[in-house]
Write a protein that binds this ligand. Structure first.
Ligand code: SF4
Length: 755
């Protein structure tokens, strides 16, 4: 942790100066979000980017966190950079690949077996390059980060969409793709579109059954799953200051469900207490010294409408517990209206499973509040009607709540403790069900509830609520039950009612753990060997991509002219392919299999110009590659929209596609292509799309004088011997042209490191 403290000191050293400079430059008071963003502008942008209205800006994040599924390709790529160590503190967390089936011990041991080659790779690559490694069973990335790495005023990127959880401790924490993580670890700046700002003013104070979870369930209801897109949500007000740091983490975590870039709370007494409680008093002390900069300016919070693009106000004293769902997290029901909604919509009233925990809701406070309900069930002789599982977020929390007797309470009410991992939250759940075709209901304290998310069953109606509400529902086994007002019949035939849940914010005896599951990297990793079996089907070391040959690119075959939508999912499908995400050659067998061929309107069926036969896209491209012939992909509007998936840029590069020519690109995909040394160009006149014929041979000229803002030319040699040419645009800046020439951004870094 000393490494971290030095890093945090450095961040805080420049923080106040940057904030003051930004205030001066903008001539106005600042929100917390602006302060942190300005404090993390990369050196090049620091002088110019103060002030909104700027578009894409380069930042220098302090940390990188990666989960085991997405870390594989990020780290395989990072190895290409030739650095002896990562440029910023980074961690890997083994949490996504553990299937929940029987219980914590058995499931963990199966996972260690099944995923051995992935875990061995991640452990060894972490060891070599100075990356902290959290073993399987150590906990879920966001909970572990909150307990160990999040700090007020910091900036982190993480290869998981719920990275914003760290906003609970005042950190700007943003979920990204593996390519971005690789760049930051390699020492490159990280680009973000300057966000819009949404302010959420919290007044009043939570009480009774209402918890922090209900704040975000309500916000999701107001903003919907799209309302936060492109925005950072900043919470403030006396209500915000009254929430525990872990409760704030829950709110920021689930901000991903409204599409927000991230969410954040200011530094306050609760944050300081949590830092001290998790053995980071030294960080609290550093934060205290610049506390005024770790929250928004008073003027901003006094007149938020003047400084935020949108302001929402929620009175915590009046907020009801909520249940959101089914099938979408923004269908928000106050508990008083939920039973009617269940009946009116004909949702299955019988609750089959209640699941608490996950990265969203497994703090000590969450567990103690839920356990207080479980204890009442035992004392009041209520028999639990639904299945009930508990997924602790980390070994630190699991050990502590076990020591304090809460897991025992859950066991007495019939609960099953699962491994400290994602498990059912990400569909890693071998659910026991007698009839998967039956419409059925489950309720969780997780964050996402889209169809099939938890158990892969489209008939499952998944609802989301706070852990204490989930616990009460699991005991009742009935979704029309309102724990605030209704009674249940106990085993003695008496009517009994729950008292309000009671929780403890942090353990009175302090947090404890025997083995947190952390493996520190080697001091000097130069001798450490990265473990990848040459026969593995899941992992493959990468070869550097070839540099540009220095001439125009000629004689390209048309691989596919895609019609209509071509998202990153059409280019590199997910689902069963994800198990190959660490093996570029194997996953390349999904390349563009979802794209529709303009000439026959079918997917994964293109003409092989060498044989004249139609076949799958990847096989056709492999035939061109084997013959030493390059190819080009042509696409429609907004090519590559969707989640930032580096595989969608790497696969064509790996299989020998030389250029992507489209009407327009989704920006992130365009940048990813550039990073891989690929040529991404756009029609100057979209009507030229129609000129491209199936049997064309295609040249791209002008590359020897490739320069920012200067058009290139595409030449079509039609089968009938005629030729057409037209200009094409590109958005490469000088640096990106160097990436193209070198065969990829990482090739440049490797050269720099070697010199
Ligand atoms: S627990 Fe769920 S939301 Fe959290 S990191 Fe795991 S899969 Fe994502």
């Amino acid at each position: 942790m000393a490494f971290d403290l030095d890093m945090i000191k450095k961040v805080y050293d420049r923080y106040s100066t940057r904030v003051e400079a930004a205030r001066k430059a903008t001539g106005k008071p600042l929100t917390l979000t602006e302060k942190i963003l300005y404090a993390h502008l990369s050196e090049g942008d620091a002088q110019t980017a103060f002030g909104r209205g700027v578009d894409y800006v380069d930042f220098a994040p302090d940390r990188v966190a990666m989960q085991d599924a997405t870390a594989q390709m990020a780290l395989l790529q990072f190895m290409q950079a030739g650095r002896p160590q990562v440029a910023v503190p980074s961690t890997v967390h083994c949490d996504h690949l553990i299937q929940a089936k029987i219980g914590a011990v058995e499931d963990l041991s199966t996972a260690v077996d099944v995923n051995r080659e992935v875990y061995d790779f991640l452990a060894s690559v972490s060891d070599k390059y100075g990356i902290g490694f959290w073993k399987a069973g150590a906990g879920i990335i966001h909970q572990v980060v909150l307990e160990n790495y999040a700090f007020p005023g910091g900036m982190m990127i993480g290869t998981d969409s719920h990275t914003p959880n760290a906003g609970g401790l005042g950190m700007i924490a943003i979920g990204v793709g593996g390519a971005d993580a690789c760049d930051v670890m390699a020492g490159l700046p990280w680009e973000l579109k300057f966000p819009k700002l949404i302010g959420v003013k919290l007044t009043g104070k939570l009480s009774g059954w209402t918890s922090a979870k209900d704040v975000i369930l309500r916000v999701a209801g107001i903003l919907t799953v799209k309302g936060g897109t492109g925005a950072i949500v900043e919470y403030f007000g006396e209500g915000a200051r009254s929430l525990s740091a872990t409760g704030k983490g829950t709110i920021c975590n689930m901000g991903a469900e409204i599409g927000a870039t991230t969410s954040i709370f200011g530094y306050d007494e609760k944050a300081a207490a949590y830092l001290k409680g998790t053995k980071r008093a030294d960080i609290a002390e550093l934060a205290d010294a610049i506390a005024e900069h770790l929250t928004g300016d008073d003027e901003v919070y006094a007149n938020p409408e003047q400084y935020f693009d949108q302001v929402i106000e929620i009175n915590l004293s009046e907020l009801e517990p909520h249940v959101n769902g089914p099938f979408t997290p923004d269908l928000a029901w106050p508990i008083s209206k939920f039973a009617t909604a269940v009946k009116e919509n004909n949702w299955p009233t019988k609750l089959e499973v209640g699941l608490i925990g996950s990265c969203t809701n497994s703090s000590y406070e969450d567990i103690t509040r839920s356990a207080s309900i479980a204890k009442q069930a035992i004392d009041k002789k209520l028999k639990t009607q639904a299945e009930f599982t508990i997924t602790p977020g980390s070994e630190l929390v699991r050990y502590t709540v076990d020591r304090d007797g809460y897991l025992d309470t859950f066991a007495q009410m019939g609960g099953v403790v699962l491994a400290n991992a994602c498990g059912p939250c990400i569909g890693q759940w071998a659910r026991h069900t007698d009839d998967p075709t039956r419409k059925n209901s489950i309720i969780t304290s997780f964050n996402r509830n889209f169809a099939k998310r938890q158990d892969g069953n489209p008939n499952t109606h998944a609802f989301v609520a706070s852990p204490e509400i989930v616990t009460a529902f699991a005991i009742a086994g009935d979704l029309t039950f309102n724990p605030l007002t209704d009674t249940l019949t106990n085993e003695a035939g008496e009517q009994v009612k729950f008292d309000e849940p009671q929780g403890i914010e942090m353990p009175v005896k302090g947090y404890a753990v025997e083995d947190a599951g952390y493996q520190a990297p080697a001091e000097d990793g130069s001798k450490v060997e990265v473990i990848v079996s040459p026969t593995s089907s899941r992992l493959q070391l990468l070869e550097p991509f070839k540099a540009w040959e220095g001439t125009d690119i000629t004689g390209l075959k048309l691989l596919i002219k895609a019609k209509g939508k071509c998202t990153t999912d059409h280019i590199s499908m997910a689902g069963p392919w994800l198990k190959f995400r660490g093996h570029l050659d194997n996953i390349s067998n999904n390349m563009l299999i979802g794209a529709i061929n303009y000439f026959n309107l079918t997917a994964d069926n293109v003409k092989n110009e060498l044989t004249g036969e139609y076949g799958p896209v990847p096989a056709t491209q492999r035939a061109y590659k084997a013959a030493g012939i390059g190819s080009i992909v042509v696409g429609d509007e907004n090519y590559g929209e969707g989640s930032s998936r580096e595989h969608a840029a790497m696969e064509p590069r790996h299989l020998g596609v030389r250029a992507i020519l489209v009407k327009s690109f989704a920006r992130i995909h365009e940048t990813n292509l550039k990073k891989q040394g690929m040529l991404g160009i756009t029609f100057a006149d979209n009507n030229d799309y129609d000129k491209i014929q199936e049997d064309d041979t295609i040249d791209i000229t002008g590359l020897t004088t490739f320069a920012p803002g200067k058009q290139l030319t595409v030449v079509l040699h039609h089968k009938d011997g005629s030729t057409e040419s037209f200009p094409v645009n590109h958005t490469y800046n000088a640096q990106q042209i160097e990436w193209f020439k070198a065969g990829g951004a990482l090739n440049i870094i490797r050269k720099q490191m070697a010199s």
